[in-house]
Design a protein around this ligand. Structure first.
Ligand code: AMP
Ligand code: PCX
Ligand code: MG
Length: 507
């Protein structure tokens, strides 16, 4: 069995027990529910652990108490910085960093996490640089409640309504605020009295500046950093790579194979489309233990309630990217897996904009995408967490991302090739046909976009109204799966489709 993080989610009150915290909290994350009892620190709640032998969720030195969900990737450097001893658990390491650096610790750690640090005079609530483990909070004069799923705090509808610095309002839920990516929110308290407003400490931001390395050096640097990121996520572990056969996930599969020996690869397809040939060529080349999962496109669309419950968003475009992954994770055998994806490579490299020719435009869309990812929850571990698996994304490793974003756009589009620098970095490690393969989005390769369009047209939605109907379906699902915390298996997609078709003036 691979090692998974001790804790993958939580809901916790700090200060005063929150009577509105539903009991039991309606987490979509699958796992063991472990009580959080922090009497002296004044907090309590529930943590989600993927394993059967759950560790205690809190780590404390008597003064600072850390609640940590997720994992760190620069453990050795952090351990060296805080005095060399054995790093211990990730939560212990974060505690040691907070002792030494205070809230600045969050500028040092590279990871995939959500954390709460409770001290005698201050509480800090923080996410990683990418906000990749979404974190929500509700505030009152008496304290705060924090959770890794919005639906768990959706019923409250009380507390301070103005979003404190460093947070954004959660659509449709009054008084619920999402911690922004790369942000730590700190609230002071003295003698049990909280000092609002909170303070936002920015811990990371994507670069706007671009560097102009020698192309060979850029290629070597991309290979080095991606290798390190895959090592940090896979080393010594049996991992699974979700493989489309495109350059992004094939590169991860190649580097994971080099890091750990044979890996498992899985590809999803439907009767409306698949990329099985491309994925198989990579699997053969690398000698992976490869599986193809094929399902009817209608079954894929029927998984939409799960995708919405996991991503907690109502954006139909992003849901089209995430739905095939959620459906795939839910069809893997139940034993918890450590899953690596190629997700997110296209954002800093401009891969979605494969027809965007002028470099000015390419760099512009990259800057815009790096400005707008926060809150889309594309990287959320809950996408696989609803099936009990842990997923992680090497391209959004902080060091990989910093490098990819900052490269001048002529290294991203070069000699008529998109994602040139990545393709070159993988030369010799993947079949030539994989290195040259044009990008195909997951929503296109799986046939999801066309199948969802057809389903709406068959229900009588006019062609011009299809995008609106998708938006209406996503909004309706968000209202039930997130705002009302209805379990996804109690939502029937046919009912949602019928309701939307009727409202949308089906012909
Ligand atoms: P994309 O950038 O559209 O290829 O998709 C993002 C990531 O999702 C890829 O890098 C893969 O890790 C994964 N993925 C995409 N399509 C599939 C598929 N058909 N089967 C399995 N995984 C996929
Ligand atoms: N992807 C992209 C990300 C999709 C766009 N997201 C954004 N702009 N925040 C990727 O894997 O990088 C596809 C399907 O393409 C998912
Ligand atoms: Mg991709």
């Amino acid at each position: 069995m691979p090692t998974l993080p001790d804790t993958i989610g939580f809901s916790v009150w700090i200060g005063t027990p929150d009577p509105l915290l539903a009991d039991p909290p309606p987490f979509a994350a699958l796992g063991q529910r472990v009580p959080i009892v922090g009497g002296t620190a004044g907090l309590g709640g529930i943590a989600i652990s993927p394993g059967t032998d759950a560790a205690a969720p809190l780590t404390s030195d008597g003064e600072l108490t850390v609640l940590f969900a997720g994992e760190l990737y620069n453990r050795d450097r952090l351990a060296a910085a805080v005095d060399g001893g054995a790093p211990g658990t990730d939560a212990q390491l974060l505690l040691a960093c907070c002792q030494r650096y205070g809230v600045s610790a969050f500028r040092l750690v590279s990871g995939r996490f959500a954390a709460v640090v409770v001290g005698p005079r201050r509480v800090v609530v923080a996410t990683d640089h990418a906000g990749s483990v979404p974190l929500y909070l509700r505030l009152s004069e008496a304290g705060m409640t924090v959770a890794t799923e919005a639906k768990v705090l959706a019923a409250g509808a009380t507390g301070r309504l103005d979003s404190p610095p460093g947070t954004a309002p959660v659509p449709g839920i009054r008084g619920l605020h999402r911690i922004r990516a790369g942000t730590a929110v700190a609230v002071d308290r003295t003698s049990g009295r909280w000092h609002w407003p909170a303070r936002a400490v920015r811990t990371w931001a994507p670069a706007y500046g671009r560097s102009i390395p020698d192309p060979d050096d850029a290629v070597a640097a991309v290979a080095d950093r991606l290798t390190a990121a895959v090592h940090a996520r896979a080393s010594g572990e049996p991992v699974t790579v979700v493989l489309s056969g495109g350059i992004d996930s094939s590169a991860v599969a190649a580097l994971a194979t080099a890091a750990t020996g044979p890996v498992a690869t899985v590809s999803l397809g439907t009767d409306a489309g698949d990329e099985f040939d491309a994925a198989r060529a990579v699997a053969r080349h690398l000698g992976t233990d490869h599986t193809e999962l094929k399902l009817p496109a209608a079954d894929l669309i029927a998984e939409l309630p799960w995708a919405v419950a996991a991503a907690e968003i109502d954006d139909p475009e992003v849901l089209e990217y995430l739905l095939p992954l959620v459906a795939l994770y839910r069809r893997l055998p139940a034993t918890p897996r450590r899953i690596l994806t190629g997700y997110g490579a296209d954002i800093p490299l401009g891969g979605m904009h494969r027809t965007t020719e002028p470099l000015e435009l390419l760099d512009g869309v990259i800057a815009a995408d790096m400005d707008s990812f926060d809150g889309l929850n594309e990287l959320s571990p809950l996408l696989s967490g609803v099936a009990g698996h842990w997923s992680t994304h090497p391209y959004w490793d902080r060091d990989v991302l910093d490098l990819l974003v900052s490269l001048e756009p002529g290294l991203k589009r070069r000699h008529g090739r998109d994602k040139w620098v990545l393709r070159e970095a993988m030369r010799g490690r993947l079949p030539q046909q994989t290195l040259c393969r044009p990008k195909l989005g997951i929503h296109e390769g799986s046939g999801l976009t066309s199948a969802w369009n057809r389903m709406l047209r068959d229900a009588g939605v006019p062609a011009g109204a299809v995008p609106d109907a998708k938006r209406a379906m996503a909004r309706s699902l968000y209202a039930s799966a997130v705002l009302c915390a209805v379990r996804p298996d109690e939502i029937r997609i046919d009912d949602v489709l019928a309701e939307v078709a009727e409202e949308g003036g089906a012909q």
